[in-house]
Write a protein that binds this ligand. Structure first.
Ligand code: C2E
Ligand code: CA
Ligand code: CA
Length: 268
């Protein structure tokens, strides 16, 4: 296992150099009030020439251990920026969420590198959301608050990912300049037939709204869960029931199709 890990580390370095094996998949986030999809989450996909698909749950810790997480995150953000402009050209205005590691936030060059990346594309970061897990934010809350504040000046918004698993301190949560809270999928999967999970989800929705945060549920796999979340006042949903993560071209086709349907509803 250690051997595979060592070999994979150098393969990942190579993949970051030539980029052909890396790509982003995108998963829609659907607004529950309007029914619209104007946001997606970018999820890393690595197709290894020998081992095939390597899931991000393996790639990210590997990148963190081998010091490659900075260049990997930089590549992901640049790919997301390019995709945003490609969609804009196709008249689709899409906000893209990108997952950020706690190691990125600890790197003192991260902010300036993103600042110059945005500068290179002559843009602000208003179409970007950084998703950071609750446990990463709470590992050094004072530092997280300070860094997030700086990124907000670039127009980038923050989402607190995997919420409910990280033992947040409420006093810090109140101070975090985040705009969204994402309920961890472990509470969402069975909420329609498990009262404890349903109570947790309902409490998180109330907590988020009391803190003026938008709240989104991930891991929505069926209609019952979708309907229940709407009744509970959740703002948005993400999950296999809406769509599995897919290549950008599939998302473009799916959104065009959706907009055509909306237009014909309006005019017909
Ligand atoms: P995450 O940020 O919590 O992302 C959601 C994960 O749940 C994704 O797995 C997605 O494919 C999966 N998912 C979405 N809807 C459903 C559903 O309805 N049911 C189930 N069972 N799963 C669902 P994925 O793509 O394997 O990513 C796993 C984790 O790897 C992500 O969890 C995130 O923490 C990390 N990750 C992915 N891409 C990146 C990246 O570019 N950078 C960093 N730092 N982390 C990433
Ligand atoms: Ca995420
Ligand atoms: Ca999550």
């Amino acid at each position: 296992m250690l051997f595979r890990s060592l070999a994979l580390g150098s393969d990942l370095r190579e993949a970051l150099d030539n980029k052909e094996q890396l790509m982003l998949y995108y998963q829609p986030k659907q607004d529950l009030q309007s029914g619209q999809v104007s946001e997606v989450e970018a999820l890393l996909r690595w197709q290894h020439p020998l081992h095939g698909f390597i899931p991000p749950a393996e790639v990210i810790p590997l990148a963190e251990q081998t010091g490659l997480i900075q260049s990997l995150t930089y590549w992901v953000i640049e790919a997301a920026i390019k995709q945003h402009f490609a969609w804009q050209q196709a008249a689709l205005m899409i906000t893209i969420s990108v997952n950020i590691s706690v190691y990125n936030l600890q790197d003192r060059h991260f902010l300036s590198s993103i600042q110059s990346l945005l500068g290179r594309y002559h843009t602000r970061g208003d179409f970007l959301i950084f998703e950071l897990t609750e446990s990463a934010m709470m590992s050094d809350p004072a530092h997280a608050i300070a860094s997030i504040t700086e990124f907000c000046k670039l127009g980038i918004q923050f989402s607190i990912d995997d919420f409910g698993t990280g033992f947040s301190s409420l006093s810090y949560l109140k101070q975090l300049p985040a705009h969204e809270l994402k309920i961890d999928k472990s509470f969402v999967f069975n909420m329609h037939n498990n009262d404890n999970d349903a109570v947790i989800v309902r409490s998180i929705i109330e907590l988020a709204h009391n803190l003026s945060l938008r709240v989104i549920a991930e891991g929505v796999e069926d209609k019952d869960t979708f309907d229940l979340l709407r009744i509970l006042g959740c703002d948005a949903v993400q999950g296999f029931y809406i769509r599995r993560p897919s290549a950008a071209s599939d998302i473009t086709a799916c959104l065009n199709n959706y907009h055509d349907k909306m237009r014909s509803k309006l005019h017909g």
